[in-house]
Design a protein around this ligand. Structure first.
Ligand code: NAI
Length: 280
């Protein structure tokens, strides 16, 4: 659904981490930020220079500079914030952290058989990177008064989705960092929130075994159906705008109502058919 510009981010400048290809949630966020009048630097892991399409996205969103940085490297992040504030000639108003990868999940390693080196890497990339990003931004005085930080999470942080495995732990840590840093950023007039998104067909999403079943189940359970990447982007721009200036430390659901549900008629029908019984 095409959305008109409300000019919500007019005059705002920031960094968006995690756009790789068109399906990336951060790709939609970059387009929505551009539509709302915001300026941005785009960043992703150096390895994505080989297969990502950041240069293409840069052109779509007004020739935004592309600065590659590994979000698990403090040195890379420090360099990124130095370059970003130099580019904008001052501190920034927003950061979008849309980064995640589950190494054991990708390689179908069961939760009881995790490779611990990969588990560490999963937590480092998918959660601790948010801590690093915020710390680097603070230490370089890169955040303007009133700045807003948003990360993207999944309800698997709070409830068990069997195949989500180690990523549930990573998202639980991510949401905890949002609260822990949120408390400390408040005194600086900076806020931080997590958007908990429906299953979405992206590279990271489809790397999870059982993704199609998770997607279909959520679709049947959610009164509004699954939220797509574009709606996640629209919600995110409201959180980057001044309209939400008193909202911080929250996990906010962009999930079509899934998190409020227990059972829906369409899942009852599905299970009834599957077990071959007739409902009264
Ligand atoms: P995606 O695969 O397009 O995006 C993940 C991004 O993380 C990629 O751009 C990747 O290059 C980046 N990344 C990985 N390692 C990195 C590193 N060391 N340094 C910097 N960047 C790195 O997939 P998607 O779905 O757009 O993921 C974005 C966020 O949304 C992730 O946090 C994901 O867990 C979350 N999310 C995704 C859902 C889905 O069903 N797709 C549902 C709920 C949350």
């Amino acid at each position: 659904m095409p959305v008109k510009s409300y000019g919500l981010l007019h005059g705002k400048r920031g960094v968006i981490f995690g756009a790789m290809v068109e399906s990336s949630i951060a790709w939609s966020i970059a387009e929505a930020v551009h539509r709302e009048g915001g300026l941005m630097v785009l960043s992703n892991a150096p390895v994505t220079q080989r297969f990502g399409k950041l240069d293409e996205l840069s052109k779509i969103v007004g020739d935004a500079p592309v600065i590659y940085a590994d979000a698990t490297s403090q040195e890379d992040l420090d360099g990124l914030f130095a370059e970003t504030t130099e580019h904008f000639g001052g501190p920034i108003d927003f950061i979008v952290h849309s980064i995640g990868m589950g190494l054991n999940v990708r390689k179908d390693k069961e939760y009881t058989e995790l490779n611990y080196d990969w588990y560490h890497k999963t937590l480092d990339i998918s959660a601790i990177s948010l801590h690093r990003v915020v710390t680097s931004a603070l230490e370089s005085n890169s955040l303007a008064d009133g700045a807003s930080i948003v990360t993207i999470t999944y309800i698997g942080a709070q409830r068990i989705f069997s195949k989500y495995s180690e990523m549930g732990d990573a998202k639980a840590l991510l949401e905890s960092i949002v609260r822990s840093y949120g408390y400390r950023l408040g005194g600086l007039g900076v806020r931080i929130n997590a958007v908990s998104q429906s299953p979405t067909r992206t590279t990271a999403g489809q790397g999870i075994a059982g993704f199609d079943a998770m997607f279909d189940f959520a679709e049947k359970m959610s009164p509004l159906g699954n939220a797509d990447a574009e709606s996640c982007a629209d919600y995110t721009v409201t959180l980057l705008s001044d309209l939400t200036r008193s909202v911080t430390m929250q996990t906010l659901y962009n999930d079509g109502g899934f998190s409020g549900m227990g059972m829906s008629d369409s899942t009852i029908e599905l299970i009834t058919q599957a077990v071959g019984k007739t409902e009264k």
